[in-house]
Write a protein that binds this ligand. Structure first.
Ligand code: GLA
Length: 745
C-alpha cells in the first residue's frame, strides 16, 4: 500500500519504492508538510518544535503560548492574508470583498486509481497500478474548497500533485493565484538548478545558491518558452551526478508557468509552482470548479543522475505515447534546411528520392507547401496545398513519396494566422487582439484565439480534412511566436485575464481531438525549436524539435540540458549540412550524426549537395542509428562529462536496464595539445560481468599502441577507470563505443 493514513495522529503518508512524503493535520486544522525524502517509516511531525517566533503571528484559537504560527510552519497549500507572509499558493478576492483564504482540513480519502484532470494532461496509468490521496481543505469565510490530489506512482518514485478549487460559497470569487503545489522544505536545500536559454540556444543548465527572498523561474509568453524551461531542481550544496539529496519539480503545463523558491527568515525553503499569477485571474461563480495543471515531483538521495533516470522512466510509461506504427523510431528527412520555401513538386519529389537513397523511412515536407506561402509573411491559416507549387495537389507528392518506399509527413502551424490569408480575411476576429490597439507582430503573424471553442473547431476541421485520407503519417506542429495582445472577443471584461490559460485549454483540446481521431499519426511538437518543450506537449506529442540550432557543437549543451528532465528519444535532433546555417561552423559528419543519435536522429540537408563518399558515410550512420535505436529509446541514461560549460568534453552513456549492453557517446569541443589520456568511468554496469568493446566510431580507437576494439573489460574495470583512450584531437572529434556483456567461458 502506497498511501497510509493514521487518523489518530492525523498523519497522511505516501510511500513510493524509495521515497516517503508525509503530511500532518496541525492543531488548527492546517495541513502541514512534514517530510519528503528517502523512504522511511516514522512520524516526521516531531521535527516541528513549537517556539515563540518574533513577529510571526498566531491563529486566534491557538494564540496561547504564542508558539503556533503559520508564518513558521511548513504548510502544504497555504492561503493568503492569514499571517503567513511567504509566497501563497492561493490568493483571491470575493464579490463580498474578502481577500485571501484560510485553508483548514475538512476531509481526506484515498482511491485505488490515479486522478485525471478535465481538459488538461495528467500522467496516465496504463496498468492501473497507482493510487490517489484526496485531501479537502476549506476556507470558511468564502466557502472556497481546495481538493489536493496526490497521485502516487510507487515503482517510478514520482508523486503528482494537482488541485481542484471549488467555490462552495454563495458569492463569486476571483482567483488571483492558484498554484498547483507548495512544498515547504528544510534548510538543507541550498541550491537550485534551472534551464535558461533563448531561441536557438535552449536548455542551458544554471545552478545557483538560493538567497534569502524569492527567486523565480517563469514564463509570461503564453508558452513555456525558450527562455526558462518549467523544469527545476532543488538540491543540497554537495549534490553531484552521483550523490546528494535533490528534488525535481516539473509542471505538466505548456503556458505561463512560474516556480517561486523563497528562502525565509529562518532559512526554510518554500517552493510554489503552477500557473504564472502575473498573467492570470479566474472568476469562479458559486458551484464552479477550477483545476490547476499537474506537477510531477521526484526525489533522489543519489544525485542528479538518478533523479533524471526517474524522470525518464516516468515519462516513458506515464507521459509519452507513440503511435503503434512508430514504436520503431523512423529516420526522417525534413525539407526545411534542404530547400527552405524554395521548391516545387519536381524539387520535392527529387528530394524524396534522395531521402530514399539514404535509406530514410519518412519524408517530411516542411513550411512553404500551402496556398500562397511564398514567404513567411503570408498564408498561415490556409491549410490547402499551393496550386502553383503543386499543380497535381499534395496527393501527387504523397504518391511519389510512397513510391520511393517512404512514409509522408507534413509541417503545420495551426495556432497562427497571417494577415494575408483567406482565414484572416474571413475571420479577422479569430486573432488575439486588443481593441483600439495595433497588434504586436511576430514573424509577421498573429495568434489565433484558441480560448474560443468556435476557433478551435474551425482549426480542427481544417487539420482533420488534411489528415483524413490517411496519406499523412507524421505532422510537425510548429508555433513560431509568443502570445501578446491577450484579449478575446468571446469573454466579458472581467474575464480577460483568463485568456492565456483558456488558450492552453483550447490548444490541449485541439491536440487531444486530433491524436484521438488520427492515432496512427506521429506528431512532433515545435515552437521555433524548443520554445514549448514541456511535459504538457509531450503528453500529446511524444517528440519535440529540440532547437532551431542544428549546429552539432551547440546541440551538445542543449541536448545535455534536456536530459535532466526528459528522455533522449523525445528530443528532435537532425544531421544538418555544413557550414551550419545558424552558426556558420563546419564540423565533421561523425559529430553531427552521433549527436543526432542521442535524440530522434533525422536528416535535415539536401543530399544532392553531398559527395558520393559523404552519402555512403551518412548511410552508414543511418544503419548505426537503426541498430541502437531500441536501446536509445529504452535505455538508462547517464551524463558522464560536460558539466555546465566547465568541461569541453561531452559524454553520455545509455545502457540497457539489465546492464547487458551500453553505448558511450563522446565529443570534444576543444581538443588541446599535449593533453592527457581520457579515463572513463562508466555507470550502472555489473561489476563481475565481462563486456566486450566495439569501437563503432571512429572504427579503430587506440589507447597507447593498443587497438581497443574487441578488448574485454569487467564491469568493475569499466566503472573504475581501467578504460582509457588517447586524447581527442582534430576538428570537433567524436566517438561512439559499444559494450556488450558476454557470457563467461
Ligand atoms: C520553425 C521551425 C523550423 C522550421 C521553420 C519553418 O522555425 O523550428 O524547424 O520548421 O519554423 O518556418
Amino acid at each position: 500500500m502506497s498511501i497510509r493514513i493514521d487518523s489518530e495522529y492525523g498523519i497522511l503518508t505516501l510511500h513510493t519504492a524509495h521515497t516517503t512524503y508525509q503530511m500532518q493535520i496541525g492543531r488548527g486544522g492546517h495541513l502541514l508538510h512534514v517530510y519528503y525524502g528517502p523512504r522511511a517509516e516514522g512520524m516526521f511531525a516531531r521535527s516541528i518544535v513549537p517556539a515563540d517566533h518574533g513577529f510571526s503571528m498566531n491563529p486566534y484559537e491557538i494564540r496561547e503560548g504564542r508558539n503556533y504560527s503559520v508564518d513558521q510552519l511548513p504548510l502544504e497549500y497555504p492561503g493568503s492574508n492569514i499571517g503567513d507572509f511567504r509566497t501563497a499558493a492561493v490568493d483571491l478576492i470575493s464579490d463580498k470583498g474578502i481577500c485571501g483564504c484560510d485553508f483548514r482540513v475538512r476531509s481526506y480519502d484515498t482511491e485505488k486509481r490515479v486522478y485525471t484532470l478535465r481538459g488538461m494532461p495528467a500522467a496516465r496509468d496504463p496498468e492501473a497500478e497507482s493510487e490517489t490521496l484526496h485531501v479537502v481543505l476549506t476556507d470558511e469565510a468564502t466557502g472556497l474548497e481546495a481538493e489536493l490530489q496526490y497521485g502516487v506512482f510507487f515503482e517510478k518514485d514520482v508523486i503528482t500533485r494537482a488541485v481542484r478549487l471549488k467555490n462552495a460559497g454563495d458569492h463569486a470569487v476571483t482567483l488571483l493565484a492558484a498554484a498547483s503545489m507548495c512544498l515547504d522544505l528544510p534548510e538543507r536545500y541550498t541550491e537550485r538548478i534551472h534551464f535558461y536559454g533563448r531561441h536557438t540556444m535552449e536548455m542551458q543548465e544554471e545552478r545557483c545558491v538560493l538567497a534569502h527572498g524569492i527567486q523565480t523561474v517563469s514564463s509570461g509568453r503564453g508558452m513555456s518558452g525558450h527562455h526558462h524551461n518549467p523544469f527545476t531542481i532543488i538540491c543540497e550544496e554537495n549534490t553531484t551526478e552521483e550523490q546528494g539529496w535533490c528534488i525535481g519539480v516539473m509542471p505538466v503545463y505548456s503556458g505561463n508557468h512560474r516556480t517561486d523558491i523563497e528562502v525565509d527568515q529562518k532559512e526554510s525553503v518554500r517552493v510554489v509552482t503552477g500557473i504564472n499569477r502575473d498573467t492570470f485571474t479566474w472568476r469562479l461563480e458559486p458551484g464552479e470548479i477550477f483545476e490547476t495543471p499537474q506537477v510531477l515531483l521526484t526525489f533522489s538521495r543519489e544525485g542528479l543522475e538518478s533523479l533524471s533516470q526517474q524522470m525518464h522512466r516516468f515519462f516513458r510509461k506515464h507521459i509519452l505515447r507513440w503511435p503503434e506504427e512508430w514504436k520503431k523510431p523512423p529516420v526522417l528527412l525534413n525539407s526545411w534546411e534542404a530547400v527552405f520555401m524554395d521548391f516545387d513538386e519536381k524539387r520535392i519529389c527529387a528530394l524524396a528520392e534522395q531521402a530514399a537513397r539514404l535509406s530514410a523511412d519518412l519524408f517530411v515536407l516542411d513550411d512553404g507547401w500551402f496556398a500562397g506561402r511564398s514567404s513567411d509573411t503570408r498564408a498561415l491559416g490556409d491549410w490547402t496545398a499551393d496550386t502553383e507549387k503543386f499543380p497535381h495537389g499534395l496527393s501527387a507528392v504523397e504518391e511519389a513519396v510512397r513510391d520511393h518506399g517512404l512514409s509522408f509527413g507534413i509541417w503545420i502551424e495551426p495556432e497562427m494566422v497571417s494577415e494575408d490569408s483567406e482565414l484572416f480575411r474571413k475571420h479577422p476576429d479569430y486573432a488575439l487582439r486588443v481593441p483600439g490597439r495595433n497588434p504586436v507582430m511576430g514573424r509577421d503573424q498573429l495568434v489565433l484565439d484558441l480560448s474560443r471553442q468556435d476557433v478551435v473547431d474551425c482549426i480542427y476541421g481544417q487539420i482533420a480534412r488534411l489528415l483524413e485520407d490517411g496519406g499523412i503519417r507524421y505532422v510537425k506542429w510548429d508555433a513560431n511566436r509568443n502570445l501578446a495582445d491577450l484579449y478575446s472577443m468571446a469573454l466579458p471584461p472581467d474575464r480577460q485575464r483568463e485568456v492565456s490559460h483558456r488558450y492552453v485549454l483550447g490548444m490541449y483540446n485541439l491536440m487531444e481531438r486530433l491524436i484521438s481521431a488520427f492515432p496512427h499519426v506521429l506528431f512532433e511538437g515545435c515552437a521555433g525549436g524548443g520554445g514549448r518543450f514541456d511535459a504538457g506537449i509531450l503528453y500529446f506529442f511524444p517528440q519535440i524539435w529540440g532547437s532551431d540550432d542544428t549546429d552539432a557543437v551547440a546541440r551538445l549543451s542543449i541536448q545535455r540540458g534536456y536530459s535532466f528532465g526528459y528522455p533522449p528519444e523525445c528530443v528532435g535532433a537532425h544531421v544538418s549540412d555544413v557550414p551550419n546555417g545558424q552558426t556558420g561552423r563546419t564540423v565533421p559528419l561523425s559529430l553531427r550524426a552521433l549527436t543526432a543519435m542521442s535524440g530522434t536522429f533525422g536528416l535535415e540537408l539536401d543530399p544532392a549537395r553531398l559527395s558520393e563518399e559523404e552519402k555512403e558515410e551518412l548511410r552508414r550512420y543511418v544503419g548505426i542509428y537503426r541498430k541502437y535505436a531500441g536501446l536509445i529509446r529504452t535505455g538508462v541514461y547517464s551524463r558522464l562529462r560536460g558539466e555546465r560549460g566547465l568541461d569541453p568534453l561531452f559524454a553520455w552513456e545509455i545502457r540497457a536496464e539489465d546492464a547487458s549492453e551500453a553505448l558511450v557517446f563522446a565529443a570534444d569541443t576543444d581538443p588541446q595539445a599535449n593533453a592527457k589520456a581520457v579515463t572513463w568511468y562508466l555507470r550502472g554496469l555489473q561489476e563481475q560481468a565481462q563486456y566486450r568493446l566495439t569501437c563503432v566510431e571512429p572504427e579503430t580507437v587506440q589507447a597507447g599502441d593498443r587497438t581497443l576494439s574487441g578488448q574485454i573489460f569487467s564491469g568493475a574495470e569499466l566503472m573504475q577507470g581501467a578504460f582509457a583512450t588517447r586524447p581527442f584531437s582534430g576538428n570537433a572529434p567524436a566517438a561512439l563505443y559499444y559494450f556488450e556483456r558476454i557470457e563467461c567461458e
